[in-house]
Ligand binder design. Sequence first.
Ligand code: PAF
Length: 283
Amino acid sequence: MKLVSYVSTVPDLRAKVCEWRQNGETVALLPTMGALHAGHLSLAKQGKQKCNRLVTSIFVNPTQFAPQEDFSTYPRTFEDDLQKLVGVDCDLVWAPTADAMYPDGFATMIKPEGAALGLETDFRPHFFSGVATVCCKLFTQCGPDIALFGEKDYQQLCVVRQMVRDLDLPLEIMGCETVREADGLAMSSRNAYLSESERQIATSMHRILTDVSKAFRTDNSNPDKLCENASSSLLDAGFVSVDYFAIRDAETLAPIEAGSRRPSRILAAAWLGETRLIDNISA
Ligand code: PAF
C-alpha cells in the first residue's frame, strides 16, 4: 500500500519546503482536519494544478471545538487519508501533534471580527478564533504561495481571506466550488454521522437553498420573508431545528438591503438529530 509521507515537527516541515524553494518550486497548502473525501481531493488537485508542490495538513484543531462539541468523536482516518492523497500526487502531509501546535504556555489567539460576526458565531462563539489562529499558524509554519479552502464553509473562507488581508500574510487564498453528492448534498466529513433516514432528509437543504436563490433572483424585495419561509421548509422536510437561514453580502457577509444589487450569498445551518449541517449557495 502506497502512502504519502508525513512530518510532525515544524523544523522537518520547513526543511522540506526549503528544499523545494531552493529548486525554484512553488507550494500550495491544503488545510484539513482529515477524514478526507472527494471534496478535499478536488481541492488537492486544484492546488497541484496551480503549484509544483502540495502540502496537505491534517490536524483536528482542538481550539475550534467547544467543550460540548464533537472533538473527541470527530472521524480520524489518518492511514486512509495518506493513501487517498497518493492519488492526487500530494507531496507531503503536515501532521503536527497537539503539543507541536499548542505547546505548554501557548497564550495567543486571533480574534477575527468583520465577516466572523453573526451566523456561525451566534451559535459557535469560539469557532472562528480557533480557525483563524490555527490557519495563521499553518500559513507561517509552511510558508505556501497559496492555500485552498472550499466554499462549503463559506464564512470560514471569508474570515480567512480577511485575516490574510488584515495581517499582510504573504499568500493567496484560493476559494474552490463546493463538491456535492449526486443528490446535491454538500460533501462533508460530518455526513458520516447521518443515519440512512437523516441522509435522505439532508438532501433537501441544497434543494431549498436553490429554490430561494431562484426566488431571490426574481424578486429581492423581501429577503427576510424568503429566509423565514425557507426555515419552515427545512423543518417541514424533517430538520429538527434551524440555527440560521440568511441572505448576506457575498464579500463582507453583512446583512443585505432589500433590492440590493451587490453579489449575495445564501447561507444555512440546521440540525438533523445530533448532526449540524451547513451549506450555502450564490444568490
Ligand atoms: O475546514 C476545516 O477543515 C478546518 O476548519 C480548517 C480550515 C482545517 C482549520 O482547522
